[in-house]
Every structure is written in structure tokens, then in C-alpha cells.
Design a protein around this ligand. Structure first.
Ligand SMILES: C[S@@+](CC[C@H](N)C(=O)[O-])C[C@H]1O[C@@H](n2cnc3c(N)ncnc32)[C@H](O)[C@@H]1O
Length: 327
């Protein structure tokens, strides 16, 4: 968030009455966007008049729950709509792998926890839920190509949308020193639970075989690739990058209160919300997705509660800036 505040402090802002435009790419329900946006808006507000309009555009895929997003913005006490009278909310329901906002219109951009989802599944992963853990070099290569293509496209379209001098801060999944995605205990608990569900005839072996989660972690080199070798791409350059481990808040809580059941339940609820819909996409049409999701959640919760262990969460923060004409 500090990097996003720094970006808000540095970007050129338009003169009144033109609004300052902030884009939130891959906003989801908006639940995790309210704090960084509110903080950035308070930084911008100190740089301009109280009545200078700030327009926030939350973007996501067309089938995102935009009702939930607007409810968050209306009700969350930390929402910028509650804190800043001259801020306004809007939304775009289109994939960010295209240009979705007018050229040279965005002053400041944020994207969190979204870019690790690939635009499409490049090929089935027969031996694991995650391509990162496959032994098949063809699968690894196909995923690496798709990840590179997606990042290239995402950056290129933002290059059109950002105003000169505009900045974008992206937070997405990185990799650990061994090039691995992390999330080890969680991935193991999900895989073991799915194997158990096959054994209990809750799902079929074919349904399990079709399940994969199309996410990738990226290295510093991956992020830099579209900008090589000159360091500039579509008038953009990387001006900051931080590779770090996110905190496993659930494990921290467990270490202070010793409540293993709560630790398992919190990670399992995350699995149900974030991953279960993708996995359930492989169920045959007559199989109730709810029962599957419930069984998955229960299995993951029980496994993690039986052997609580910290979950490694390699993350990356990348700051990208668009050149101003005089640069
Ligand atoms: C895990 S949620 C993150 C939501 C929020 N940014 C946060 O920090 O919690 C990932 C979001 O990215 C969105 N997303 C994934 N691929 C997308 C795409 N191609 N275009 C727009 N949004 C996308 C998903 O629909 C989902 O709402």
C-alpha cells in the first residue's frame, strides 16, 4: 500500500474540472480494494481542492458479482464513498486483456490478486492441480508461454489507458527461491481431499483428472520481459519492484491462540470462495456444485487443523510508469 500511496503522491493530476481517474483492475467484490483506494484518495486529496472530482473505475470480468462490489462501496465504513464527498464510483465489466478504458484517461491504477489467473487454460494438467507442480515439460512450457503473453497484453493495454506520467501498481503472485508458487500445505490439503472424494464416490476420477487451477507465479525476469532490452515498452517502464512473502494471517492467529480448528476453517473458507468455483467447473452437469464445495471445504479444514503449518505466500509488487512527453 505504501507504493500505491507513493504513486498517488507523484502522478500528475488534471486541472479542475477534469476528474482525477483511478482504475482498479480485477476488483472482484471490492472488499480488498477499499483500504488501498481510500488511502490513495486521501493522498490525492491533500494535493488538490476538496471539490475536485475523483472518479474510481472498478473493472472485472463480465460475470463478476458487481452487485456485491457496489454494496461494499456503499456499506463498508472504509469505503472512499463514505470518506470523500467528491469521489465517485463506476464499473466496467470487460476483461482487462483488451483496452477497456479511453486512451490517456487513467491517472492512477491498482490491480491486486488478479493477474496470476491466466486468460485461458493453455492445456490440461494431467498429473497435478497446478501447472507449477507438474512433471510434464510440455505443460510447463505452455503455461509459461500463456503467462508471458497475458502479462505482455495486460501491460500493453494499460500503456494506452494511462495518462502520461500515470502510474500503475500491480500486486500478484511471485515465486519462492526454488521457482515454486508456494501455498504448499494448502495445495496438499486440496489434492488429498479431492483424492478422498474420488474414493468416496463424491466425484469421479474423470472429473478429478479434468480439474486444474490456471494460476501462475512470476519472477522478476517475467515481469521485465515486455520491457526488454530497452527498459521501455508502450512508453511504460518499471520504476519499482518488491518481491516478498505475504503474511499467513491465519497461522499468525493460530500461533497466538492455538485454535487449530479456526486455522483450518479460515483457509478452507478461502479455498471455497477463491478456488472451488473453478474446480466445480469440471463436474458433470447433474452433480450439485454446492455439495462438492462443502465436501472440499470440510476436507481441507480437517487436514489443515490436524497439522497446522504456515503457508508460504510469495508475492510481487510492480510499479509501472508511463513517460511524460518531456522525459
Ligand atoms: C481473487 S480476486 C481479487 C479481487 C480484488 N482485487 C482483491 O484484491 O481482493 C481476482 C479477480 O480478478 C478477476 N479477473 C480475473 N481475470 C480477469 C480478467 N481477464 N479481466 C478482468 N478481471 C479478471 C476475477 O474475476 C476476480 O474478481
Amino acid at each position: 500500500m505504501a507504493l500505491f500511496d507513493e504513486a498517488a503522491a507523484a502522478v500528475p493530476i488534471p486541472r479542475v474540472p477534469r476528474p482525477i481517474v483511478i482504475a482498479d483492475y480485477g476488483a472482484g467484490t471490492g472488499y480488498n480494494s477499499v483500504l488501498p483506494l481510500c488511502s490513495a484518495i486521501s493522498v490525492l486529496r491533500k494535493r488538490t481542492q476538496p471539490e475536485h472530482s475523483i472518479l474510481v473505475t472498478h473493472t472485472d470480468a463480465p460475470d463478476n458479482d458487481f452487485t456485491a462490489l457496489f454494496r461494499t462501496l456503499s456499506h463498508d465504513p472504509d469505503s472512499y464513498l463514505k470518506r470523500d464527498d467528491a469521489s465517485f464510483a463506476s464499473a466496467v465489466g470487460r476483461s482487462y486483456y483488451k483496452q477497456i478504458l479511453p486512451s490517456n484517461s487513467v491517472n492512477l491504477a491498482w490491480s491486486a490478486w488478479a493477474l496470476h489467473w491466466l486468460a485461458r487454460v493453455p492445456m490440461p494438467v494431467s498429473d497435478h492441480l497446478l501447472a507449477a507442480y507438474t512433471r510434464d515439460p510440455a505443460v510447463r512450457a505452455a503455461y509459461a508461454r500463456q503467462a508471458a503473453f497475458d502479462w505482455h497484453e495486460f501491460v500493453a493495454f494499460r500503456g494506452r489507458e494511462l495518462c502520461p506520467g500515470g502510474r500503475m501498481v500491480v500486486m500478484t503472485m511471485g515465486v519462492d527461491e526454488d521457482g515454486q508458487l508456494g501455498f504448499g500445505p494448502l495445495v496438499a490439503a486440496i489434492s488429498e481431499t479431492l483424492e478422498e472424494l474420488v474414493a468416496r464416490d463424491v466425484i469421479t476420477a474423470d472429473e478429478y483428472a479434468g480439474m486444474s487451477i490456471p494460476i501462475v507465479g512470476r519472477t522478476a525476469k517475467d515481469f521485465e520481459s515486455p520491457f526488454a532490452p530497452s527498459g521501455t515498452f508502450e512508453k511504460l517502464s518499471i520504476t519499482g519492484m518488491d518481491l516478498f512473502d505475504g503474511e499467513d494471517r491465519f497461522f499468525k492467529q493460530y500461533r497466538s491462540d492455538g485454535k487449530a480448528d479456526a486455522f483450518g476453517a479460515q483457509w478452507a473458507a478461502f479455498v471455497r470462495a477463491a478456488l472451488s468455483p473453478t474446480l466445480a467447473g469440471q463436474l458433470t452437469p447433474n452433480r450439485p456444485a454446492d455439495a462438492f464445495s462443502h465436501a472440499l471445504e470440510a476436507g481441507v479444514a480437517a487436514r489443515l487443523a490436524a497439522a497446522p503449518a504456515g503457508v508460504r505466500i510469495p508475492l510481487a509488487l510492480v510499479v509501472i510508469e508511463k513517460k511524460q512527453p518531456r522525459d
